[in-house]
Design a protein around this ligand. Structure first.
Ligand code: HEM
Length: 485
């Protein structure tokens, strides 16, 4: 028997929560039942807009522990010494589907980590793939339109998907990873995570390094057979969500090791391709993995909406010692995320418990919808001031960097979209190649326009002739003559 009294949202005791106030036992309901009005009205407002991408997700709390000294590369306080532990929160997601869509679909998986460091939050908003489909933010809304529903039929549209990809050959590397066995992870615990973009680390002396992040699953990479995945998608669409929750609930805490690749700043001018191009990976022979630490997930959210749905991650949520690169996708993302958060959650989203920094937040921002903390109280609310308000710290300024060139809308210097996907194909075992070809064929078969199929097969053929031929054979089409010659 609970000793808690049911109250209205304004804290008054509720007299009856089962029977509305009516005029007589069969009479109409009275508008005077303010508890009923409030209950119905609040219910109508229970949903916030779902994320425009990555809508379906699962989250968990945990910690990050430094296991190797990387302080010569970055002054980030949470990475300053071996053994240091920092609380973190992660959200895994699929990309294209809606909030209620199935977990076991062929799709990249989001891998968004929030570190609650002593110098503010640091978000690493990556995927389970080291590359992306496109390399300029200006193409993102069009790309995502092709992954969503057709405006008339409200159905997924394979013609749009493959039309866009075949006209954007920079996508081939990521499409290959997506069509490989890794396109459907067995669980969220059995996949790697990547920052994907190139970021910049800066040390105490102000020296910079380009950096790429790799989270390696300690559960081993395991993938799901597409036929099994299709069956599970129908029977248990929340399969991955449940698996993660149960593993943590049972004390089987999933763990990832974090490694980085470090590139000296000057190498970016001479490396054999643009190291800021997110459709490419850096060779690990050139830039080997350096261990940083381990991430352990050991606590489930207490409340899904409060902690997972309201979580807001942004690649622009950075701390001193970690900065961005000129990657044109990353640059666009610096705008997109907090803009989405202000629309989806509200202007004060960063003050919500799941998003709030664990250190003190002091600034001159005030007011806005749902301002639920003390709003700075009676403290000074402008700067400059002579009232001893919070002051900037010049040691936290970003390291200066040079820019040059004429302002123009220009593409990347180099357009080799084929070497890296071709190498990936050639690295696969015979069985993996066969499954890759089959996955391409199965995904492309529903396309109705032959020219789209031919254009995509032409790209695959350029990456590897045998691979292109096998996909063409599977689709019953020929290699377009312009490519074959
Ligand atoms: C979520 C935009 C590229 C990973 C989102 C959201 C937007 C967005 C608007 C929803 C945010 C929210 O409502 O909370 C963009 C744009 C991109 C881009 C404009 C390109 C210019 C990428 C790339 C990656 C990525 C390259 C991975 C390397 C994610 C993840 C989430 C997400 C993991 C879900 C975060 C969460 O769990 O809350 N993106 N995105 N996105 N994006 Fe991107």
């Amino acid at each position: 028997m609970t000793d808690k009294r049911l109250t209205t949202s304004w804290g008054a005791p509720v007299g009856d929560n089962q029977n509305s106030l009516t005029a007589g036992s069969r009479g109409p309901t009275l508008i005077q039942d303010v508890h009923l009005l409030e209950k119905l009205a609040h219910f109508n407002r229970e949903r916030v807009p779902e994320r425009v991408v990555h809508a379906k997700g699962a989250g968990a709390h945990g910690y990050f522990e430094v296991t190797n000294d990387v302080s010569k590369y970055t002054k980030a306080a949470f990475l300053s010494e071996v053994g240091k532990k920092t609380d973190m929160f992660i959200r895994f997601s699929t990309v294209a589907g809606e909030l209620g869509s199935a977990d076991t679909v062929r799709d990249p998986r989001g891998f968004a980590v929030k570190f609650y460091t002593e110098e503010g939050n640091y978000d690493l908003v990556g995927n389970n793939t080291p590359v992306f489909f496109i390399r300029d933010a200006i193409k993102f809304p069009d790309f995502i339109h092709t992954q969503k529903r057709h405006p008339q039929t409200h159905l997924k549209n394979p013609d749009a998907v493959w039309d866009f990809w075949s006209l954007s050959p920079e996508s081939l590397h990521q499409v290959t990873i997506l069509m490989s066995d890794r396109g459907i992870p067995a669980t969220l615990r059995n996949m790697h995570g990547f920052g994907s973009h190139t970021f910049k680390w800066v040390n105490e002396k102000g020296e910079g390094y380009w950096v790429k992040y790799h989270f390696k699953t300690q559960q081993g990479v395991k993938n799901m057979d597409p036929a099994v995945a299709a069956k599970i998608a129908g029977e248990h669409p929340d399969y991955h969500t449940e698996d993660l929750f149960n593993a943590i609930e049972n004390g089987d805490f999933p763990e990832w090791k974090l490694y980085v690749q470090i590139m000296p700043l000057e190498d970016a001018n001479t490396y054999r391709f643009d190291p800021f191009d997110v459709t490419k990976v850096w060779s690990q022979k050139d830039y080997p993995l350096i261990e940083v630490g381990r991430m352990v997930l050991n606590r489930n959210p207490e409340n899904y909406f409060a902690e997972v749905e309201q979580a807001t991650f942004s690649p622009g949520t950075l701390v001193p010692g970690i900065d961005v690169s000129p990657d044109k996708m990353l640059q666009g993302r610096l705008f997109a995320y907090h803009d989405a958060h202000r629309y989806r959650v509200g202007a004060n989203h960063q003050a919500l418990p799941i998003n709030r920094a664990r250190n003190e937040v002091n600034n001159y921002q005030r007011d806005g919808q749902m301002r639920f903390d003390n709003n700075g109280g009676s403290g000074v609310y402008y700067e400059p001031n002579s009232l001893n308000g919070p002051k900037e710290d010049p040691s936290s300024k970003i390291a200066p960097f040079e820019v040059s060139g004429e302002a123009d809308s220009v593409g990347y210097d180099e357009n080799d979209h084929y070497t890296q996907p071709g190498d990936l194909y050639r690295l696969m075992t015979e069985d993996e190649k066969t499954r890759l070809v089959q996955n391409f064929v199965d995904a492309m078969k529903p396309v109705t326009r032959k020219e789209i199929l031919e254009r995509e097969v032409g790209h695959i053929y350029k990456a590897d002739k045998e691979w292109g031929q096998r996909v063409a054979d599977g689709l019953g089409i020929s290699i377009p003559t312009v490519t074959a010659n």
